[in-house]
Write a new protein. Structure first.
Length: 222
């Protein structure tokens, strides 16, 4: 069961495929920054101490803002595709308010609220937990240099798949968002995002055994 930042339990469960590494949002922030620092030091052995510290502080600050906005899950993922591409990215699950009323109408209103932009695809799909609005968009994301201990900013091209699902009995919605910079693995990324969204549930798990590997979901965009 997911927990909101206020400590209130939410009727929200989710399952993730193998290859996801969640960040413990309930952990002590100092311990989380130390873990982030250590992981970066191993990944970037040429980085200076100042760069590593700046990145850890920047990540923690950004994570804190996301939690304040309703974040209940944050993870990174690394998976190898059948074509031997390394698909990497991040996954976020958040809870937000929605207008009171029929939850089946919410996906359509969520799509209307999302602006039509180039390189954006929108649809309403049916998932095990109900109807969901899905938006797939390509965008340029600005990364502040302070995250890496340098001056200036850099721009990164990112593909994001976002699903909006309404809680059935409370005026709130869950937003599942996956993003990646690996555009070459478009089909695998969309299948993965759909699989994660299909793992959302508003009812508790049964005692039935959970399969070790979930079947590959079908992308809503073919």
């Amino acid at each position: 069961m997911a927990t909101a930042d206020s400590g209130r339990l939410l009727p929200l469960w989710y399952t993730l495929p193998e290859g996801f590494r969640p960040v413990d949002l309930s952990a002590d922030p100092e311990e989380r920054m130390e873990a982030h620092y250590t992981a970066l030091a191993e990944l970037c052995p040429d980085a200076t101490t100042g760069q590593l510290v700046a990145s850890a502080l920047g990540f923690e600050a950004a994570l804190g803002r996301l939690v304040e906005d309703g974040l209940v899950h944050f993870s990174s993922f690394v998976l190898r595709t059948d074509d031997d591409l390394l698909l990497t990215g991040i996954c976020q699950i958040s809870v937000t308010g929605r207008p009171a009323g029929d939850p089946h109408l919410y996906p359509h209103s969520a799509l209307r609220a999302h602006p039509d932009q180039p390189d954006t695809h929108k649809a309403v799909v049916e998932l095990p937990s109900g109807l969901a609005a899905v938006v797939v968009a390509d965008q340029a994301v600005t990364v502040p240099g302070t995250l890496f201990g340098v001056e200036g900013e850099s721009t990164s091209a990112v593909r994001t798949a976002t699903f909006h699902l309404a809680f059935p009995r409370i005026p709130q919605a869950v937003v599942v968002s996956l993003s990646t910079e690996i555009f070459e693995a478009e089909e695998e990324f969309l299948e993965l995002a759909t699989l994660v969204a299909a793992g959302i549930s508003f009812t508790g798990p049964t005692s039935a055994p959970v399969p070790k590997s979930a079947p590959v979901a079908v992308s809503p965009f073919g």
